[in-house]
Design a binder for this molecule. Structure first.
Ligand SMILES: Cc1ncc(COP(=O)(O)O)c(C=O)c1O
Length: 438
């Protein structure tokens, strides 16, 4: 186990209150199955699968061994004009998991890159398809699509956008569907809000449908605090897209690989988009990797022109990296052997009852759940937004539980291997934390 570093100054940390962190560091030094081990040797129950990615639990032997063996066998292979077997194999395995009609996979290194790739493919496809005037991208308020310029442009989290100058032009947003007064303490999908999909109809009329390339949404918005689609909402969005020839992109970076009890949210919700972005659970978080799944006809539209010419001028040095591909294959095997891609559905009722049992605790204004994801929304402290939830995060960590907070929302998404006893333990710790909050 590594020792505690004595100088934390040089690392500029991502999405971190870094002065607070460096004054009282929280260092993780090891992990196994459902737990982290802190640098001080304390066991911490992982209530968020790392960062929504370690779906099979930590340090799973098959994945560890696959990475080790791959590093020795083929460390790197260029992906431009060259290939290596495991990248092709992983693409085929992913096609098996994706909804019918998806027969192409493009590899990236993160969720953010998957989003950029999807947006570029959408615009380029319309051009290849004889409609070069379709360039507009429609996102949604509160959407999180990573941190690159395309992603923050279509994204809808103010703090992630406001400091970075003029973003992509030709972007508009649907309203978000978060509605605590109307849908508070919903179990599963909320009843109210399907009509918010009709925002797309208004946007279409405003801009002229022939200018709109794609709509991108998270089927369940994770980062903004587990915002579930109202019943019927996604189907309505699909209908409007179809009516106007607009591509529908589901950002499944969080919902992919079993979080909602099916391989993808598209399958769980029975709504099939045209493009699916993924990352995180693809390699169980063990090696960075993202991917974009694409319907066959979209890919095929690019396959014209002279055969010696590149068809899509896009890609990354590490697209389909051998270590990531090996980790991805071992991850998918682990998911299949242990039934993890559907396990959340089996645990859903236990999870739902356990999280809703927190109703009535101090400051709790909403609780929501689906699959093995859930959120507890707290009343913000007047004049100090996010402070209450952050203090819950710190207290939970002290008590041996890792949670995630966004604003005043506590988000939960444990590894899909969690046991019934560990679910009880998680909520026992959390209820102790909530009772102590100011
Ligand atoms: C829906 C969604 N899209 C994209 C991303 C960005 O992924 P990454 O942090 O791997 O770039 C995330 C990350 O949480 C996400 O939740």
């Amino acid at each position: 186990m590594s020792s505690i570093p004595n100088d934390l100054a040089a690392l500029w940390m991502p999405f971190t209150a870094s002065r607070q962190f460096k004054s009282a560091p929280r260092l993780l030094a090891g992990a196994k199955d459902m737990h982290y081990i802190t640098a001080g040797g304390r066991k911490v129950l992982d209530g968020v699968a790392g960062l929504w990615c370690v779906n099979a639990g930590h340090a799973r032997p098959k994945i560890v061994e696959a990475i080790r063996a791959q590093a020795a066998e083929l460390d790197y292979a260029p992906g431009f004009q060259m290939g290596h077997p495991k990248a092709f194999e992983l693409a085929s395995r992913l096609v098996d998991l994706l909804p019918d009609g998806f027969d192409q996979v493009f590899f990236t290194n993160s969720g953010s890159e998957s989003v950029e790739t999807a947006l570029k493919i959408a615009i380029a496809w319309h051009k290849a398809n004889g409609e070069p005037g379709r360039y507009r991208l429609i996102g949604r308020e509160k959407g999180y699509h990573g941190v690159n310029y395309g992603g923050i442009s279509v994204g809808g989290i103010g703090a992630n956008r406001r400091d970075f100058g003029p973003l992509l032009s030709g972007v508009d947003h649907l309203r978000h569907t978060h509605n605590v007064p109307g849908n508070a303490f919903s179990r599963g999908l909320p009843e109210h809000g399907a009509e918010l999909a009709d925002d797309l109809e208004r946007i279409v009329q405003l801009h002229d449908p022939s200018t709109i390339a794609a709509v991108i949404v998270e089927p369940m918005a994770g980062s903004a605090g587990v915002l579930l689609p109202p019943k019927g909402y996604l189907a309505r969005l699909r209908e409007i897209c179809d009516r106007y020839g607009i591509l529908l992109i589901f950002d499944e970076v969080i919902t992919g690989f079993g979080r909602l009890g099916a391989p993808f949210a598209a399958s769980r919700f029975g709504v099939t988009p045209d493009i699916i972005t993924m990352a995180k659970g693809l390699t169980n978080g063990a090696v960075p990797m993202g991917a974009v799944g694409v319907r066959g006809e979209i890919h095929d539209a690019f396959m014209k022109g002279p055969e010696h010419m590149i068809e899509l001028f896009h890609g990354y040095t590490y697209s389909g990296h051998p270590l990531a591909a090996a980790a991805g294959l071992a991850t998918l095997e682990t998911y299949a052997e242990e039934g993890l891609l559907t396990r959340a559905r089996e645990l859903e009722k236990t999870w739902e009852d356990a999280i809703h049992a927190l109703k009535g605790l101090p400051h709790v204004i909403d609780i929501r759940n689906f699959g093995l994801a859930g959120a507890i929304e707290l009343e913000p402290i007047a004049g100090a937004p996010a402070r209450r939830a952050f203090s819950a995060f710190l207290k939970a960590y002290e008590k041996g539980l890792l949670i995630r907070t966004t604003g005043d929302i506590i988000a939960l998404s444990p590894p899909l291997i969690i046991s019934q006893e560990q679910i009880a333990q998680l909520f026992d710790i959390l209820s102790g934390v909530l009772k102590e909050l100011d």
